[in-house]
Design a protein. Sequence first.
Length: 299
Amino acid sequence: MEVAPRFWQNPETLQDIYVRSASGAQVPLSAFTHFAPTTTALAVNHQGQFPAITLSFNLAPGVALGDAVTAIAAAEREIGLPASLHASFQGTAQAFQSSLANEPLLILAALVTVYIVLGVLYESYIHPLTILSTLPSAGVGAILALLLCRTDLSVIALIGIILLIGIVKKNAIMMIDFALEAQRQEGKGPEEAIYTACLLRFRPIMMTTLAALFGGLPLALGTGAGAELRRPLGLTIVGGLLVSQLLTLYTTPIVYLYLDRLRLWFERLRGRQFPGAVPLMDMGRSRRQHSSSDRVPRW
């Protein structure tokens, strides 16, 4: 028990202090306390309203911050801390945990935004999924590049993966945009439309991919001050583009054909449930024909 400073010079005064017990009787303070000279801290650190102490640690060579955080959490569980003692990370470790907690929501928000924009652009609920099907291969390529180069999945690397969402999907956009227009304007079948799109859009796809890939090479191979921040960004871009370019040229037409069959199945089901309903593709085509031929002034 700590006593007030006014009793430090004369500790015998504790015998003259009485406190009231639960039964109402007066009990001298010296009956359940004792005093002795000792040392104590000049100041007690607080975090918020609670006393706190800080334990610092450094990373061993070749050990990632995520591995250190996991090891400390495991040691905390093994010790069995009492409920009254709470441990938390501060500084870089706290920022690392916060970034991990927000990563899934950030990626999900980016995907939902891209899906909505593509759905409005192509007037379809199905074919935006065809374009988004190119993203898993880019993510796999980015992770493989980081693993091969022994680089951590840091916040900068996550920015590179989000950047890949905008770069990689342009391969599918070039093909799907041409195929949909060929189906709607020229009346071609899905197989013929996507085959023609692959032939005519191969060169621009390769040109744009190589331009982005060579633009990321200086980031991945560069050295000097600040290279540790730029390198994960370049590795994710280069690795994601290489793998996605090799796969999406073959997988995108296949996904397009299967999802187009799924769209036709939904339209047949919708036609049986709602006789006289206009298919979604025909609705888009009829709107464009009406806007180009039957222009009526509105007041």
